[in-house]
Design a protein around this ligand. Structure first.
Ligand code: CO
Ligand code: CO
Length: 314
């Protein structure tokens, strides 16, 4: 089959989104994401599902414009108003993102699932990929980690209401402000932190850019309670499989075990990991502060060594 040169589907350098080149240097970014409830409140679930679905568009520095809803509804009846609340949560979040919902589709399924297919646009030359990080770049993370561990604790009924609210707020926050600042301040590469954990997504970026990431994790990177729960063995199945899969490519160093575990924790609707040239790093951080985007310095980019990621005590 002849290659369609308008379709940029190099998945090593693009996030879980596809890019279609059209017009004079324009790009269409398309992505789809839907999943089972991660929080109990249906409105909150709708918000999180929407923030998560648009995230890959933001990770690429593009602007989401339209969305189609995807809803899987179980045969067994749900509590009155559940579906309405999920859809309302999604609509409100996409309204905040400036995204128009054009329609959607629902099917019967054993398990409730919700999400969106999202379309975004960007000038092609401004697209952020995984592949642009260069030695010397600073790495910035824009949401605290720990969502997987906290969601597991929630399912076991071990999470206090304040922690549930905090976790929900983090997951429902759009990556919009972080993405806009990244494009405006000339970030070189970005990815969003989701199912493969910080380590997995950082590793994909390091590989695509042919560099090594030096990360200096500390407790501040995590939501309160997440590390204590991880230390007690509360962990989603994905954490273990992420560690098995990515561990051999990481020099874990001498950092404390709960911190290490947390880096493999799969995130739902996590933040962006952004590589920014050193001379623009402080202006970029100031821009994030002005936009009230939570962020930490995650480390820096080094020339390629024997491993993709080196962890150093923070
Ligand atoms: Co995704
Ligand atoms: Co992604």
């Amino acid at each position: 089959m002849k290659k369609d040169r308008r379709v940029l589907v190099d998945h090593s350098s693009l996030d879980d989104a596809g890019v279609f080149a059209y017009g004079r240097g324009e790009a269409l970014v398309q992505t789809v994401d839907f999943f089972t409830p991660v929080v109990d409140d249906p409105y909150d679930f709708g918000q999180v599902a929407a923030a998560n679905a648009v995230s890959d568009v933001y990770a690429m520095g593009a602007t989401p414009i339209t969305a189609l809803a995807i809803l899987c509804v179980p045969e067994t009846p749900l509590p009155e108003g559940t579906l309405r609340a999920i859809l309302a949560g999604g609509q409100d979040k996409l309204k905040e993102a400036g995204v128009s919902i054009l329609g959607g589709h629902s099917v019967k399924d054993p398990e409730l699932k919700f999400g969106y297919a999202v379309t975004g646009v960007a000038p092609r030359r401004r697209l952020l990929t995984n592949a642009g990080a260069r030695a010397g770049d600073r790495l910035i993370l824009t949401k605290p980690l720990g969502a997987g561990v906290l969601a597991t604790a929630l399912k076991r009924g071990e999470l206090d209401p304040a922690a549930v609210r905090r976790m929900t707020r983090v997951m429902a926050t759009l990556n919009r402000a972080a993405s806009e600042a990244a494009v405006e301040y000339g970030a070189r590469a970005a990815t969003d932190v989701t199912g493969f954990g910080l380590i997995g997504h950082a590793l994909q970026m390091a590989d695509a850019s042919a560099v090594t990431f030096r990360l200096r994790p500390s407790r501040e990177w995590f939501q309160p309670r997440a590390l204590d729960l991880a230390a007690r063995g509360v962990a989603p199945g994905g954490l273990k499989s992420n560690r098995e899969f990515y561990g051999p490519r990481i020099r874990e160093g001498l950092i404390p075990e709960p911190l290490r575990l947390g880096l493999y924790d799969p995130q739902t609707s996590g933040g962006l990991l952004i590589a920014i040239p050193p001379r623009r790093a402080s202006a970029f951080r100031a821009a994030l502060r002005r936009r009230r985007v939570w962020h930490v310095d995650a480390g820096e980019v080094a020339p390629r060594s024997a491993v993709a990621i080196e962890l150093e005590a923070g």
